[in-house]
Design a protein around this ligand. Structure first.
Ligand code: GDP
Length: 434
């Protein structure tokens, strides 16, 4: 049986034979995005992590150091990332935006996110899928608007494995008070974005302090190092009860339709009753779970890419397979959105709403509240416009109903993008209620 399976599109890649990046002798790699305001030390941290975990090819460090010397520039660990970026531009490496290192039998894939647009864009197109995040904050600068936006996007994307790294501790004499003040600020921001940091770690990226080993300079800090914190992060997502399988494509396999897609939530068990949404009709009971080149399965889990083999000619991309008859479909959505387009969003604007594989024409019918991106305080109720990079609570009217769960209940089917002329103009999460 040959089963073509093309890119899943928005929220991930559906490849039924290799669902995750794996190494032959270990479990799945953990994809970690590193975010932070410019100059807070992201490149330095990445360079240092690659160096301190011996992930650089032999001779690479010397090559980069020699190049810096030739140009008369003071050596910085950040040059490692610049070097990869140059290689990428020259086409020497295929994808150096993703860098890897290994620690205690696990591979970590570092996703560099230069700005919040790139970050959301990469996640939205499925070109990178962060499961964990390191949020960098320069202790001398504090929280910046970009830090807010990054934290908001982490919440939007449902990333729960987060460590905040308070960087440049050497510049404040390794002061515990300075660290505690910053920790409090960051925790406030995160909680406003609906996320919590599992760890807040004081570091000096340039000096490698508290990255791979505890630093003597901060004896008051008893928590984990950055590598220890990463080691505690789980790559598996929480398995939820309710089944959601967005249909990505339908193929003809052995003369019968095969609807393929990834199980976004729940467990698919053979013999269960299933329904097709938004139509709300029951699926023919004689269906089978298939995986590439495998006999029918009794069960498949959240995150698995599977095929549902069934005599049903009505199946098509954009439908959702669920295991309860009473799953609510809606054409009115109340949501929190981050406006990405350069021009403001206005009440009455039309766009395409995209959530998992569902695509529906939509209209922005109300801007309930507009937030100041720097402070996350409400600046206007019932606004006429949302400015670029602003966050707003909005109401959308869709041309027909979709399965859109409250993000707090099922994050995978509770997030969406709005697109205009093929470009994402906003990313959002569905709020509970209408
Ligand atoms: P990015 O824009 O977030 O990638 O920031 P960079 O990694 O380029 O760092 C910006 C500047 O901060 C560089 O000059 C770094 O050397 C410096 N820097 C980074 N980490 C530290 C640190 O722990 N201590 C000090 N003093 N400077 C740092």
């Amino acid at each position: 049986m040959r089963l073509p399976c093309r890119n899943y599109g928005r929220w991930g890649t559906c490849n039924m034979s290799t669902p995750l990046t794996t190494q032959p002798d270990q479990g799945p790699a953990l994809h970690v995005v590193i975010v932070g305001h410019i100059d807070h030390g992201k490149s330095t941290l990445i360079g240092r992590l690659l160096h301190d975990t011996h992930a650089l090819p032999i001779g690479k460090l010397e090559e980069i150091q020699a190049a810096a010397e030739r140009q008369g520039v003071r050596w910085e660990f950040a040059h490692i990332l610049d070097h990869f970026a140059e290689e990428r531009e020259k086409g020497i490496t295929i994808d150096s935006a993703q860098m890897q290192f290994r620690h205690r039998d696990r591979t970590y894939v570092i996703i560099d996110a230069p700005g919040h647009r790139e970050f959301l864009g990469n996640m939205v197109t499925g070109s990178s899928q962060a499961e964990a995040a390191l949020v960098l904050v320069d202790v001398t600068q504090g929280i910046q608007p970009q830090t807010w936006r990054h934290c908001y996007i982490l919440g939007l994307l449902g990333i729960r494995s987060i460590a905040v790294l308070i960087n440049k501790m050497d510049l404040v004499g390794y002061s515990e008070d300075a660290f505690n003040r910053m920790k409090q600020d960051v925790e406030q921001v995160l909680s406003a974005c609906g996320v919590t940091a599992q760890e807040v770690i004081p570091i000096a990226a340039r000096l490698g302090e508290n990255l791979t080993q505890r630093a003597d300079t901060m004896p008051w800090y008893q928590g984990p190092t950055v590598l220890d914190a990463l080691g505690h992060f789980q790559s598996a997502q929480v398995v939820r009860e309710e089944l959601r399988v967005p249909i990505q494509d339908v193929y003809d396999v052995d003369g019968q339709p095969m609807a393929v897609g990834r199980i976004e939530s729940g467990v698919l068990r053979a013999g269960r009753s299933l329904w097709v949404m938004p139509e709300g009709r029951p699926l023919s009971p004689s269906w089978a779970i298939r995986k590439y080149l495998q006999p029918p399965l009794a069960e498949a889990q959240q995150g698995d890419c599977i095929g549902i083999h069934v005599a049903d000619s009505q199946l098509r991309r954009g439908q959702m397979i669920v295991d309860r008859e009473a799953v609510a479909c809606r054409d009115r959505i109340r949501a929190s959105v981050l406006w990405l387009a350069n021009r403001p969003g206005r009440v009455g604007d039309r766009a395409v709403w995209k959530g998992t594989t569902q695509e529906v024409p939509a209209q922005l019918t109300r801007i309930v509240k507009r937030f100041d991106p720097a402070e996350m305080a409400v600046v206007e109720s019932n606004a006429a416009e949302i400015g670029p990079s602003e966050v707003a609570e909005v109401e959308l009217l869709l041309a027909h109903p979709v399965v859109a769960d409250a993000f707090g209940q099922i994050p995978q089917t509770g997030r969406f993008t709005l697109e205009m002329d093929g470009e994402p103009i906003a990313g959002g999460v569905v709020l509970a209620g209408e």
